[in-house]
Write a protein that binds this ligand. Structure first.
Ligand code: PAF
Length: 292
């Protein structure tokens, strides 16, 4: 596995192949990320085998803590940076090349050209509580796509809205990249794996699973509503938020949405739905979701 830090070295290290996968990350890797890497490896090898003329495929992981997607009061400075350990994990999980640029390398001058996703997708939910977040994500992901030129990229479903925004960007900009969404990895008690779980104290860590429990409860209410024909979405959402508040959380949102565009759900529905939530436990903000 090669590790490169500059665009020039990356271009030299990129093997000409018809099958190249990218797994963009901010580092501080956990088993959820490694699953993204394994998914990429598997998908790219399968393609290379099917297309015998193209030779072997290549998997690339990027590691870059992207300042553009952090708000002024967020954790950019304290975000864990564990490059050496990340590289060892990537090597053991099918990665061929790591691109870990410095800020000066990726943004040698202020990034004035930015990708602005549409408000109805990007200014709701995470975007409402983290203004500019998806502009930062789309800008860096578009730039990484241009640099690495993958034809496949893997993102986690844990960041459900991010995955949707990126899928739409790829579709609207006609980028020739297949986007694969990888299932959320959880601990045994059900907590979605996240680099930010490392911020939790022992007591908070024990409590943290309650977010996914609240989401599961709302998902169950949605299923029951579909079966019985009765569902007061606003009350069910408010009850889930109140239950978390009673345990000391500060929820930003717990909400039932349509899977295809994250628009609100009016009542009982046979369409594919998803429950999404974000809440602060102490100083740590966690997000999670469950498809219904
Ligand atoms: O999901 C993440 O870790 C980041 O948002 C991403 C996609 C690597 C862009 O910085």
């Amino acid at each position: 596995m090669h590790i490169v830090h500059t665009l020039a070295d990356l271009r030299r290290a990129l093997k000409p192949t018809a099958h190249r996968a990218l797994v963009p990350t901010m580092g501080s890797l956990h088993p959820g990320h490694l699953e993204l890497m394994q998914t990429a490896r598997h998908a790219i090898d399968k393609r290379a085998v099917e297309d015998k003329r193209s030779g072997s495929g290549m998997t690339v992981a990027s590691i870059f803590v992207n300042r553009l997607q952090f708000g002024p009061n967020e954790d950019f400075d304290t975000y864990p940076r564990t490059l050496e350990n990340d590289c060892a994990l990537l090597k053991a999980n099918g990665c061929d090349l790591v691109f870990a640029p410095s800020e000066k390398e990726l943004y040698p001058e202020p990034q004035l050209f930015k990708v602005h996703p549409p408000a109805q997708l990007a200014d709701i939910l995470e975007g409402a509580f983290r203004p500019g977040f998806f502009v930062g994500v789309c800008t860096v992901v578009h730039k990484l796509f241009n640099i690495v030129q993958p034809n496949l990229a893997v993102f986690g479903k844990k960041d459900y809205q991010q995955l949707m925004v990126i899928r739409r960007m790829v579709q609207q900009m006609a980028l020739p990249i297949e986007i694969i969404g990888s299932e959320t990895r959880r601990t045994e008690d059900g907590l979605a794996l996240s680099s930010r779980n490392g911020y939790l104290s022992t007591e908070e860590r024990a409590e943290a699973v309650q977010l996914s429990m609240a989401l599961k409860g709302l998902a169950a209410a949605a299923r029951e509503g579909h079966a019985t024909g009765v569902l007061d979405v606003a009350s069910a959402e408010a009850a889930a938020m109140d239950a978390l508040r009673a345990r000391g959380w500060q929820p930003d949102y717990i909400t039932l949405r349509h899977q295809h565009d994250l628009s609100p759900v009016a009542g009982p529905s046979a369409e594919p739905l998803v429950v999404l939530g974000a809440a602060k436990l102490g100083k740590t903000r966690l997000i999670d979701n469950w498809e219904v």
